[in-house]
Design a protein around this ligand. Structure first.
Ligand code: SF4
Ligand code: SF4
Length: 334
């Protein structure tokens, strides 16, 4: 029988345990799991049920994550463990994040790294919430680093600062998937997440540890005070992460339990205007085809990277310098 993996970030409380991996801080009784359903108390020890199990795997362009300023045009071996510590009504991966009954195929960290070496330039932990899979990710990521593969994560950011510190030792880049600019009421109603303000602490911790950060911001206009929220989010990003932080405003489409109309394009265009007014230099729209997915030089405005959907069609950069005006562009190439 397979040996179970003891979880990190928990404390024993008599026969109960308390998990500190995310802001929920679940107190878990014997034989029960926490909110995410992948961490189980068995006789006073917390175990990771999803360790060594992959519920989804694919080969993706890194632009699909979306990373636009990290390893452009590279291929990411993309893998997921089951479950999530949020439960968003609009989740488009709900079959593997919410309503899964099978934990996925058994596989070792060595097998994953060997596949990644054959098929890709690095690994992306994505689709569901990777941080709740931390024990397995750390084992894979350490090996991947030795093999000169990159490690990237697409995360909701709902992770304790202590866990972020540990993940940051091995992550090269993260996309933080923010919802409604971090509006607390929207987080409670749409993602069923208390203490969502802690996401901003997690973002700061990744940045402090020199992990490359890009932020997506999915907007459901029926929740929160969208325009004000977007402005506050842009101000926060500028002040705390800097003007060159790539921000991707994402169009919401009806999915899972939410059947509201998609985010109006006009509002998304307004988001771009607000972000520029607040000083952000690299702002994109996701789930919208068109010029909003290209990268233009922040100094001279010339086209540097052209994208069509998830694919790069043209790169006009030499050693991260703009070929027209010589400005240093905040893009990390492999
Ligand atoms: S990671 Fe899971 S078990 Fe731990 S606090 Fe968060 S939801 Fe609860
Ligand atoms: S955080 Fe992401 S994976 Fe988790 S429920 Fe929300 S949309 Fe789905």
């Amino acid at each position: 029988m397979r040996k179970m993996k003891e979880a990190l970030f928990y404390k024993k409380k008599n026969t109960k345990v308390q998990c500190f991996l995310c802001p929920r801080n679940c107190v878990i009784t014997n034989n029960a799991t926490g909110f995410c359903r992948v961490r189980k108390n068995i006789e006073g020890k917390l175990y990771s049920l999803s360790y060594g199990r992959v519920i989804s795997a694919a080969i993706d362009p890194i632009e699909k994550k979306p990373f636009y300023h990290f390893a452009p045009a590279s291929i990411a071996f993309s893998i997921a463990g089951a479950g999530c510590n949020l439960s968003c009504d609009f989740c488009c991966n709900f079959e593997i994040s919410q309503e899964w009954s099978y934990l996925g195929e058994q596989i070792t960290a060595e097998e994953i790294v060997s596949k990644a070496k054959r098929l890709a330039h690095g690994i992306s932990y994505t689709y569901t919430e990777p941080s709740i899979w931390i024990e397995f990710i750390l084992d894979i990521a350490k090996l991947a680093k030795k093999e000169k593969l990159y490690n990237t994560m697409v995360t909701n950011g709902y992770t304790s600062v202590e866990a972020v510190k540990e993940l940051s030792k091995y992550m090269d880049a993260v996309v933080i998937d923010l919802k409604n600019s971090g509006n607390k009421e929207a987080y409670l109603k749409l993602s069923h997440a208390p203490y969502s303000e802690k996401i901003f602490d997690a973002i700061l911790e990744y940045a402090k540890n020199k992990v490359w950060v890009e932020i997506t911001n999915l907007i459901v206009t029926q929740y929160g005070e969208c325009e004000k929220d977007v402005r506050n989010f842009c101000k926060w990003t500028y002040e705390n992460l800097g003007e060159f932080t790539p921000v991707h405003f994402l169009r919401y489409f009806p999915s899972y339990k939410l059947n509201l109309p998609p985010t109006p394009i006009k509002f998304l265009e307004k988001c771009i205007t607000i972000a520029k007014e607040e000083g952000l230099k690299y702002v994109y729209l996701g789930n919208v085809l068109g010029s909003y997915e290209n990268t233009y030089c922040h100094e001279c405005g010339k086209l540097l990277i052209e994208r069509k959907g998830f694919y790069v069609t043209k790169i006009n950069l030499k050693n991260s310098l703009c070929p027209y005006c010589g400005a240093k562009i905040p893009i990390e190439f492999l």
